[in-house]
Design a protein around this ligand. Structure first.
Ligand code: RP5
Length: 171
């Protein structure tokens, strides 16, 4: 694993964010931004399925004992990354299809979403929205046992409601 970051050096990461390449960062940074906004201790690193298979397995195998409660995994080209991680851990995996060079991420989406029965990967939209929503889903999961976090999530939703209510059409 080439690099790991944590927004709070004193806290054990509870959400892991992995991506197949630094070229996925433009998309995956939107997951990290949401986790930071909610103050969730997290780590982010490159774990390439086809270039670092041993590290990928080690990451997945140690995820639970290291305290991770969710893993957000984004990939474009080698989009089996989320599924392979899910195969090696019972920590919930949130898959983000990153737009690929030739097929705009539709290939990544289908690869991630079509997991055979028995090993789930919760799959999100292609690109930025998917990355942000994967983080929000992970936060919603944590919020089921954290009332303070739940309240922050409700506030976050209410702000969006207000923005929509304040919208004006150029009529
Ligand atoms: C996958 O292949 C990555 O997830 C990335 O989306 C894609 C291309 O990787 P790079 O060639 O840009 O490193 O492993």
């Amino acid at each position: 694993m080439t690099q790991a970051t944590n927004n709070n050096a004193n806290a054990t990461p509870v959400i892991g964010v992995v991506m197949g390449s630094s070229s996925d960062w433009d998309v995956m940074q939107h997951a990290v931004a949401i986790l930071s906004e909610f103050g969730i201790a997290h780590e982010a690193r490159v774990v390439s399925a086809h270039r670092m298979p041993d590290e990928m397995f080690r990451f997945a195998e140690t995820a639970r004992e290291r305290g991770l409660r969710g893993i957000i995994a984004g990939a474009g080209g080698a989009a089996h990354l989320p599924g392979m991680i899910a195969a090696k851990t019972i920590v919930p995996v949130f898959g983000v299809p990153v737009p690929s060079k030739y097929l705009r991420g539709e290939d990544s989406l289908l690869s991630i979403v079509q997991m055979p029965k028995g090993i789930p990967v919760a799959t999100f939209a292609i690109g930025e929205a998917g990355a942000a929503n994967a983080a929000l889903a992970a936060i919603a999961m944590l919020a089921t046992t954290d009332p303070v976090l739940a309240s922050r999530l409700i506030d976050y939703r209410e702000k969006q409601t207000q923005v929509a209510r304040d919208m004006h059409l150029p009529l």
